[in-house]
Each structure stands twice: as structure tokens, then as C-alpha cells.
Design a protein. Structure first.
Lengths: 542, 549
């Protein structure tokens, strides 16, 4: 009973941290707008923005986003309308559910409510987890499905009810349809599960066989797509195999042998060696202290200023946790294996470490830090001196409270101002301005300096999707593999470029650019600012 | 049997450290040249390059090098002459001795025969240790002295003897051999003290005090030098000399509307917190896979091997296993000492301005290798308890050997080409080309640089130390407390070449890089004569010798 009460409090806290100011902080980004608008488009026309009927993956910016999360968002858009909350509620709710699921997982694994409670509490306040729960991040849904799956499997091991085995399979399959990384991580995780629990699986071979069959059948549509022409597109854009640096280095190394064709050189320096090294190095980056505890991801949208993915106080907790596991590793195999393979998908891409692609790592890490915390509490319990215990607990609580409040401070006060560039702050105000002045101008030219403005325009204008489907075209892929839309309705999205040319080109219209693009001599009639007061857009007429 | 193994390992260590020592690394760095020339100067005159009689701290480039390496080098320079090999030999020999010492120390620490052999073998083939054994690195001499100190400390504890005094002397000598030893040796002594506090309480107090006093006496010159301002470079290297730029501070307080005295600013953004985070980050960098396994010292590529880190990939795996094995130890002062040392060893580097630093954190190699040895022993036991144990173990050994071959290939084939510029390649040939024709010119202008060209001139011309001492003069550095420069020796001038204004100086021979003497602007055969281009191993031009007609 007491445990339940504490758990409910933790879940409420998790919900508060995930739902508070969810509509505006941070500003909606292009990917979220794409999720919302495509759901909207499906509701209105049965087709996505580009006219594909009920797709498995969404074409979007030609990056073919896995589709399940879009379908989770869809009913919310249907009932709440096309707005920020509708896109974000599912993510935040799944975030809270992941906290619950982690509790259940730990209880199944270690049969300890205390450890479950500690894990849930740490995940509820985890910067890494909060960050990607706040917004339409597919990865957060994928992490939920993976966690749910592992829990269901452990539950099955404990009760052997086939219901749980089916839930396990369904969850893992769902993660495949939700996020790219899961397609690498989940098979590896499954491999671990098969290995560590082989004796129980062999005893229930028939049940496992049918469950596996269900899983395979459900994956057929995805397999068709992945091995089709569409599937390769995303992988090519971001994978390490698209990184020309690796091949350059091979040539450089062979050159250093004096003779480019030397047998030794060819034997040692080849694609196999160098891509393997690249992969391993990327993988290792995910365990780097700077990334985990101090500054987080390099990508501004994925981070909070001066805050790591984890709290500083988790350093000793993780060390203690790992120390305890090293001494007695019984039943920890699956968690350790998860920790090792969580970043493999991310390591296959050339931006490492990457908080988004390795997001599922947060679950094993949180469990291990909670185990460390339980260990520390256990040691404190052994002290005979009451005052000493109280002092230590005070210290512990103070440090945790300081770290936590520092994170909240950075998140709410500094993040929107420090990284206003990275989320699409300002676009909403801009669209409102344009709505009011829509009839006054024959055309609007808008800079594309800030990611994909067209989709945010569609989103905030609630532009009729049947009309959009007919009148737009996607551009060819840029060097990162993305496409965009340059024109719809009266809007044109492009870098402003040379000012005199722009004036001629968009005669009579409004030109909207960054303050660098709009010269001082221009006839500036309006501006939209970032939260930090610096100009986001300047609006100029001719 | 055991001794045969040890002999084999030491021979292997010797081959890896001595083979081609003069040629790989491909050139002497200016620091190496300075150590060699000062040894030569001491040998010939008993004085350093500035005429100081038998100094313990050498002024050199104004960086005040603790001088033990120079004195150790004197007999080698006497015997082999002044050249790359004789300059580097003390370093290489220290490296070989370290392997033997590690064997002895591991025995004292753990009394495990498998472990002592494994530790010595792994150190013998350790890329990090080989890298800094091959070359005149003061830090390596210092580490070997530290190991000697540790050995005598452990022996003294075991037998309760006066060897403690010897231990103190060796610890003190590290300070005479390397600037950073003040901190890094302190860390070792402290770790020993913590781990062995029970034994120390039982140890005769008088011996401890005597040892301490003798240790302090030995390093008095170093302590004095600190007060004479000869440790000024500390200010350049110190992380605390690099606070946040004012704009950053302003932008933080503007964003949150926080004044410098507000509670939130003090708690979340204050300067001490910033420094604490910087130090913590640097500290953790030394355990990153990037530093240890895949890239090495990314801030100072001369301190690493191209395309790899400071340990082998398999060492990385064994390190993890070793930590697991160590965590299962109970109440063992040896294990405590090793873990503590491993944890605190990067401190000198973490307190410096660089993100990572393979030299300042070099001591870390010892606890690291011991932990790797633990991992190897752990793996050994696990594998041998299997059915096909012997076969699996041989397979692992073969894979390890291949991994080691990758290092050998990187070091002996790639480093001399890939890192030639970093190793200040080209000065030898430049000096040797200029020497015979130097007298034909009114002036020879050699490009000035932080590479300290003057020392190469002294070294490769074997310039008479007595003569040089009379004219030696070091100007102030560009920054306060930083290294200085020598402006000229005889008709050889060391200047920052500014070609547009220098190109008209007739009758002068210029010696500089292609950036400073642009080929395009020195083509005209009626004005210039290109005497020679000195090339890096990869064919790019290092130096050009151009005569202005």
C-alpha cells in the first residue's frame, strides 16, 4: 500500500514535469509539425501531405519517418484539433507510462519494490527522459515499447502466461514501426533475451514458436518496405558509410606505406578495418563523461545548456551500481547487455554521441544508478550512529535537490533563450502576422534558414490538405538526404540571397528573412523576435 | 622457469624500445635537442648553455627544466657522441627498467605469480609506455623513479627496514627530473599512505620522519626554484588561468535576469562551479574510449600514435574485465592502492588547460596496466576452466598479437610519415645544409619559431659550449612567463620572417618554410637563388633555402 502511494506520487511528479507548459516550451519544431500535419491530412483526406494513402512510413521531408507515432497522434488531432498539445500529449503520456513500466520491469527482474520505486523516481526526473518526453519525439514512444516489451517478457518468465509473451512480441514489433534505431537495437536485445533465458525458452518451445511466428508475420509489411527502394534512403543519408572521411583516411594510410599497392597496406587498411574502427569509436563515445554528465548532445535541439544527459550525482551512483553488479552479476545480464547494445544504432551514424538515437540507453542506466542508490542507502543503514545517518542523508538530499533544481533552472530559464535558433521559435507569430496581412500582398517570400518552414506554415495555417497535395512538389535531396517544399499557395520558401534580385523577383510581395539577409536599407515593416530578444525574422516590403 | 619468462619479457621490452631509436620518432623535438645539448655542455664544461655551474634546474628555453635527465644523459653522450640515439637512450633504458620494476612491484602487491608476469609482459608491449620510452621524455624517467620508490616502500613495509629512506630519496628524485612530478608523485605517496595506513601506524615512527626529512632535503633545489619564479609556466598551463569570457557571463546573467549576487547565479552559474565542471570534464576525458582506445591525445597529436589510442582495443576490453576482477577483491591494500592511483592519476592533467594530456597523465599507465593484467588473469582462469580452454586461450593470444601488430605498424610505418611535421622534422637537414656554406654569407636568416631552431643549430653543429656560453642570450617570450627565444648565434640570425619586407635583403641566405618564403614570390632567377628544398617523408616541402642575390 505504501509502495503504491509513493509510486502514484512519483507518477504525478513525472506527469507534472512532462506536461507543464507543454504547448509552448520548447517551440514546435519542423518534425513535430510534420507529425501533426500528416495526421491532420490523413483525417481530412485519407492521404498524407504528399498524397500517399495510409503509409507505413511517412515521406515527409523525403526522410521517410516511421509511421506508428503518427497514428498514435492522429486521434488527438481529431479530437483536440491541429495544435501543439495534440501533437505532444501522446509523447508526454508515453513518457509517464515509461516511468511506470520501468518500475514494473525492475520489480519483475529483481523482485524488489524498493529498487523499482528508486528507478521510477530517477527516471521521472531524468533530464534525458524528460527532454524527449516533451514533444512529438518518435524515439520516446519507441523506448516505451522496448521497455514494455522487456517487462512483458520478464513477466512471462515469472508467470508463463502466453498473454505476456504475445504482448512482448507486439511491443517489440511496435518499436520497429516507431523509430529507426529500434530496428538495430531490438533484434540485438532479442538475441540477448534468447541467450540469457534459453533454458526457459527451450522448455516452452511451442509457445515461443507461435509467438515468434506472429512477430514475423507482423514484420512482413515493414520488411517489404525496408528492402524496397524507400528503405535505403534514410540509412544512406546519415550512416557512417556515407562519411567520405573514412575512405580518405584509407587512401592516406596506404599512401604512407610508400607504395599505394603494398600488400601489407591493402591487408590492414581497408573498408572493413576502418569502418569497424569507426563503428567502435562511435559506440564508445556514448559512454563519454562529457556527453553523459556535463554537456549532453552537440545538437542544440536535443540539449539543455550546461546540463548533461544525466545528473552529476549519478556519477557515484553508477559507479557504486556497477561495482555491486560486478561483485554479484546474477540476473543482471539482460540489463548489462541492453546497456552495451543501446547505442549500436547510433554508432552506425556519423554524429556520435547522439542522445536521440541512443535514447533507449536511459533505461539500463537509470536502473543501474537506482541500484547504486539502493546500495548507498544500504550502507548508510548499517551505521550505528543516528546523527551520522541523518547527516549523510541530508547531504545526499541536498546534492540531489541542487542538481535537480539546476536542471529545471536551465531548462525553463536558459534553454529557450540560449537555443532559440534550434527550435522554431517565432514561426507561429510570423504566421499570425501573415494571416492578418494575407490579402494585402500577392506573394510572400520566406527564408528557409531555420529548417523546414513550409511544414510549420501548413501546421499553423491549418492549410487544407487536399489543396496542398495538388499544388506542391518536393525538391531533390540535399546532401544530407532531405528534401523540402519551395512553393504552395502564395508562399515561396528559399534563402533570400542577393537583395536587389530578391526585390525584382518578389515584386509587390513581402520578403521575410533573418536580420542578416534583410539589409538595413530595406523597407522593414515588421519583425518577430526570439525569446532572448534577438530578431528571428524581419519583414520587408518593397 | 619464471626467470626465463622474465628475461624474455625484458628482452622484448628492450627490442621494442631500442630498435631504430635514433630514426623513429623521425626527428628530435626541440626539448629533446635541448636535453642532449645541455648534457654535451655539462660534459665539456660542467656548465649549462647559459654558463651556470652544474645547475639542478636548467633554464633552457625559459621553461626551467628539472635537470636529472641531463645528468643521466652525460655518460651516454660521452660514450656515443652527441646524436639522437645517445640523447634518447636514458629514456629507453628507463622504459626497460620500468618493466622489471613492475614485475617486482606486482609481486609485492599481490603475491600472484601469474599476475606479475602478465603485468610485466603487458607493460612491455603497452603502446602508451613504448611511445614515451622512445624519446627523451623526462616524464618517463620520473615514472621509473616513482616505481623504484614504490618498490622500496613496499619492501620497507614488509621487512620493516630502513629501505624507507631509499624510497623517499627516489620519490624526491622524481621532482628533479620532471616539472609535473610535484603533483603526480604526491598522488602516488598519498595513495600509498591511504592504502597502507594500517601498516604505517605500526611502522617505526623515527624511520618515517627521517625518510621524510631526507626526501625534503633532496628536493630543496626544486622547492627553492618555485620561489625564484622559475615555475612561472604553471600559470600558462593552469586551467584556472582561463575563466569564461565576459560575454558568456553577461549572456547568462542577461537570459535569466540574474545579477552576479543573486541566489540562482551563485548556485547554478558561479565561477567556482564553472571551474569544477571544467576539471571534472577533463578528468573524465582521460577515461574516455576516445582518449584511451581510438584517438589518443587529441589536443596534442605528437603525444599519440596515428589512428589509434594509447592502449590496444583489447586492452580496453581487458581493462573492464580487470575492474570486475578487482571489485571482487576484499580488504587488500594492494587493490586499494591501484584503484586509488588509477582514479587520481589524471589529476595533474585535469587541472591543466588541455582537454586531455597524455604526458601529464602518463603515470596512469601503471595502474591501468596492472588492472589490464588482472583482466587477463581473470580471463585466463575463466577460459582454462572450459573444456577447450587451451585452444580458446591460444586463439585469444593470436588476436591480441594481431592487435599489437596493428600498433607496431602504426608506430613504425605511419608515425614517421604521418607525424613528421609534429616531430619537427627537417631541422636536422636544414642545419646540416646551411653549416658548410654559412661562412659564404653576411647573414643567414633562419626562421624563428616555437620549435626553437637555435637548439638544432647548436645540437647538429656540435657548437662549442664554452663559446656559446659567452654569447647566450634568451629574449623575453611573447607572453609573460612563457618560453623565450634566441635571436642569433654568430652570423646565424633567428627571425620571424616577413617575406614582403625581407625579400630585398641582398647577400642573405634565408631558411624558412614555404609559407614564409612563398615559392611564387621567390622565383625570379635574377633576384633569388633556390639552393635546396628540404622535404618531409611524404614529399611536402618542409624548408626552403633561398639566397637573395
Amino acid at each position: 500500500m505504501r509502495n503504491k502511494l509513493i509510486l502514484i506520487i512519483i507518477l504525478l511528479a513525472a506527469a507534472f514535469l512532462r506536461f507543464n507548459q507543454l504547448g509552448t516550451l520548447p517551440a514546435l519544431n519542423a518534425d513535430e509539425a510534420a507529425i501533426g500535419y500528416n495526421a491532420y491530412s490523413l483525417i481530412q483526406t485519407g492521404r498524407d501531405e504528399h498524397g500517399n494513402s495510409w503509409p507505413i512510413s511517412f515521406e515527409s521531408f523525403n526522410d521517410y519517418k516511421p509511421g506508428l507515432f503518427f497514428y498514435i497522434v492522429l486521434p488527438f488531432v481529431k479530437f483536440l484539433g491541429l495544435n501543439e498539445w495534440a501533437v505532444r500529449i501522446p509523447g508526454a503520456a508515453l513518457g509517464v507510462l515509461t516511468v511506470l513500466m520501468t518500475y514494473l520491469l525492475v520489480v519483475e527482474l529483481k523482485r524488489s519494490h524498493k529498487l523499482g520505486i528508486l528507478t521510477a523516481a530517477l527516471l521521472a526526473v531524468s533530464p534525458w527522459h524528460i527532454h524527449f518526453s516533451r514533444g512529438g519525439w518518435e524515439v520516446n514512444a519507441a523506448t516505451f515499447f522496448i521497455t514494455f516489451g522487456v517487462f512483458a517478457f520478464l513477466r512471462w518468465i515469472n508467470v508463463k502466461n502466453r498473454k505476456w509473451l504475445i504482448i512482448f512480441v507486439l511491443s517489440f514489433v511496435a518499436s520497429f514501426y516507431t523509430y529507426h534505431s529500434a530496428r538495430v537495437v531490438v533484434p540485438l536485445l532479442t538475441l540477448g533475451i534468447l541467450l540469457f533465458y534459453r533454458s526457459q525458452i527451450l522448455k516452452n518451445l511451442r509457445m515461443v514458436f507461435w509467438a515468434a511466428l506472429v512477430g514475423i508475420v507482423l514484420l512482413i509489411p515493414l520488411a517489404k518496405e525496408v528492402f524496397g527502394p524507400v528503405g535505403a534512403s534514410r540509412a544512406q543519408g546519415v550512416s557512417i558509410f556515407a562519411d567520405p572521411g573514412v575512405v580518405d583516411r584509407i587512401n592516406e594510410q596506404r599512401g604512407e606505406h610508400g607504395n599505394v599497392a603494398s600488400k601489407l597496406g591493402l591487408l590492414i587498411h581497408n573498408k572493413f578495418t576502418n569502418y569497424s574502427l569507426e563503428f567502435m569509436a562511435n559506440w564508445g563515445e556514448h559512454f563519454w563523461g562529457q556527453f553523459l554528465f556535463l554537456s549532453g548532445d552537440d545538437i542544440e535541439r536535443d540539449k539543455v545548456p550546461d546540463v548533461g544527459e544525466l545528473y552529476l550525482f549519478q556519477i557515484p551512483l553508477l559507479l557504486v551500481g556497477l561495482f555491486m553488479i560486478a561483485r554479484n552479476p546474477k540476473s543482471w545480464s539482460i540489463i548489462l547487455w541492453w546497456l552495451i547494445i543501446a547505442s549500436t544504432a547510433s554508432a552506425l551514424t556519423f554524429q556520435s554521441p547522439h542522445a536521440l538515437r541512443s535514447h533507449n540507453m536511459i533505461i539500463p542506466i537509470t536502473i543501474i544508478s537506482a541500484y547504486g542508490l539502493s546500495g548507498v542507502m544500504g550502507w548508510l543503514g548499517k551505521f550505528n550512529n543516528k546523527h551520522l545517518i541523518v547527516t549523510w542523508y541530508l547531504l545526499l538530499v541536498t546534492v540531489i535537490a541542487w542538481d535537480f533544481s539546476r536542471y529545471l533552472h536551465e531548462y525553463y530559464v536558459h534553454m529557450p533563450k540560449e537555443y532559440s535558433f534550434s527550435s522554431q521559435y517565432g514561426v507561429k507569430d510570423l504566421v499570425n502576422y501573415i494571416k492578418e496581412n494575407y490579402d494585402k500582398y500577392p506573394n510572400f517570400a520566406i527564408t528557409d534558414k531555420y529548417d523546414q518552414p513550409y511544414i510549420l506554415f501548413l501546421f499553423y495555417l491549418q492549410y487544407p490538405s487536399d489543396k496542398f497535395q495538388k499544388e506542391h512538389a518536393l525538391t531533390a535531396r540535399d546532401r544530407f538526404g532531405f528534401s523540402t517544399v519551395r512553393d504552395f499557395d502564395k508562399f515561396h520558401f528559399e534563402e533570400i540571397g542577393n537583395w536587389d534580385d530578391a526585390l525584382k523577383k518578389y515584386k509587390g510581395g513581402l520578403i521575410i528573412g533573418t536580420d542578416k539577409e534583410i539589409p538595413d536599407t530595406a523597407n522593414v515593416i515588421g519583425a518577430v523576435n526570439f525569446p532572448n530578444g534577438r530578431p528571428a525574422f524581419q519583414i520587408a516590403a518593397d | 622457469m619464471k626467470n626465463k619468462f622474465l628475461l624474455l619479457i625484458i628482452s622484448l621490452a628492450a627490442i621494442l624500445r631500442l630498435w631504430n631509436l635514433g630514426e623513429v620518432p623521425p626527428s628530435l623535438t626541440s626539448d629533446e635537442a635541448a636535453l642532449g645539448y645541455n648534457a654535451y655542455s655539462i660534459l665539456k664544461t660542467g656548465r649549462d648553455e647559459y654558463g651556470q655551474l652544474l645547475p639542478l634546474v636548467f633554464k633552457s628555453f625559459g621553461d626551467y627544466k628539472p635537470g636529472l635527465y641531463v645528468y643521466v644523459d652525460v655518460p651516454f653522450v660521452a660514450f656515443f657522441g652527441l646524436n639522437e640515439f645517445s640523447t634518447r637512450l636514458p629514456g629507453a633504458i628507463s622504459g626497460i627498467v620500468a618493466v622489471w620494476l613492475l614485475y617486482l612491484i606486482t609481486r609485492e602487491l599481490f603475491k600472484d605469480k601469474k599476475l606479475e608476469i602478465l603485468a610485466a609482459a603487458l607493460l612491455a608491449v603497452s603502446p602508451w609506455h613504448i611511445l614515451f620510452s622512445r624519446g627523451a621524455w623526462e616524464v618517463n624517467l620520473s615514472l621509473t623513479l616513482t616505481l623504484t620508490g614504490i618498490y622500496f616502500f613496499l619492501r620497507a613495509l614488509r621487512d620493516k627496514t630502513n629501505l624507507m629512506i631509499l624510497s623517499a630519496v627516489f620519490f624526491a628524485l622524481t621532482l628533479l627530473s620532471y616539472q609535473g612530478a610535484k603533483l603526480s608523485t604526491g598522488i602516488v605517496i598519498l595513495s600509498l599512505g591511504v592504502a597502507y595506513h594500517k601498516n604505517l601506524f605500526k611502522f617505526p615512527r623515527r624511520t618515517i620522519l627521517t625518510s621524510f626529512a631526507i626526501g625534503v632535503i633532496v628536493c630543496i633545489p626544486i622547492i627553492l626554484s618555485i620561489f625564484q619564479g622559475k615555475a612561472g609556466r604553471l600559470e600558462v598551463f593552469n586551467v584556472f588561468s582561463y575563466p569564461r569570457p565576459q560575454e558568456v557571463v553577461d549572456s547568462i546573467s542577461e537570459q535569466g535576469n540574474e545579477s552576479k549576487n543573486s541566489i540562482t547565479y551563485t548556485l547554478f552559474h558561479s565561477e567556482p562551479l564553472f571551474f569544477a565542471r571544467s576539471v571534472l570534464g577533463r578528468w573524465m576525458n582521460h577515461y574516455s574510449t576516445r582518449f584511451l582506445v581510438f584517438e589518443g591525445d587529441w589536443g596534442n597529436p605528437r603525444h599519440s600514435i596515428p589512428n589509434m589510442g594509447l592502449i590496444l582495443i583489447l586492452d580496453g576490453a581487458l581493462l573492464v574485465l580487470g575492474l570486475v576482477a578487482l571489485s571482487r577483491f576484499k580488504e587488500y591494500p594492494g587493490a586499494t592502492f591501484i584503484l586509488l592511483w588509477f582514479l587520481v592519476a589524471p589529476l595533474p592533467s585535469a587541472l591543466s588547460r588541455d582537454a586531455v594530456h597524455a604526458v601529464r597523465a602518463f603515470n596512469m599507465v601503471i595502474p591501468l596496466i596492472i588492472i589490464v593484467a588482472f583482466g587477463a588473469a581473470f580471463l585466463w582462469d575463466k577460459v582454462m576452466s572450459q573444456k577447450l580452454g587451451r585452444k580458446i586461450l591460444s586463439l585469444i593470444a593470436i588476436i591480441y598479437a594481431l592487435n599489437f601488430l596493428y600498433f607496431l605498424e602504426s608506430y613504425f610505418i605511419h608515425l614517421p610519415v604521418h607525424d613528421a611535421k609534429l616531430w619537427e622534422f627537417g631541422y636536422k637537414e636544414a642545419v646540416q645544409t646551411a653549416l658548410p656554406i654559412q661562412q659564404n654569407y653576411k647573414n643567414v636568416v633562419f626562421v624563428q619559431s616555437y620549435d626553437q631552431p637555435y637548439i638544432y643549430y647548436l645540437f647538429y653543429s656540435k657548437y662549442d659550449p664554452k663559446k656559446y656560453q659567452q654569447s647566450a642570450k634568451l629574449t623575453e617570450g611573447l607572453q609573460k612567463n612563457d618560453v623565450g627565444f634566441v635571436e642569433g648565434i654568430d652570423n646565424m640570425r633567428f627571425e620571424w620572417i616577413d617575406w614582403p619586407s625581407h625579400r630585398g635583403r641582398r647577400g642573405v641566405l634565408f631558411l624558412g618554410t614555404p609559407e614564409q618564403i612563398p615559392p611564387n614570390d621567390s622565383k625570379d632567377p635574377s633576384q633569388f637563388k633556390l639552393l635546396k628544398e628540404i622535404k618531409y617523408p611524404d614529399g611536402k616541402v618542409a624548408f626552403r633555402l633561398v639566397e637573395v642575390l
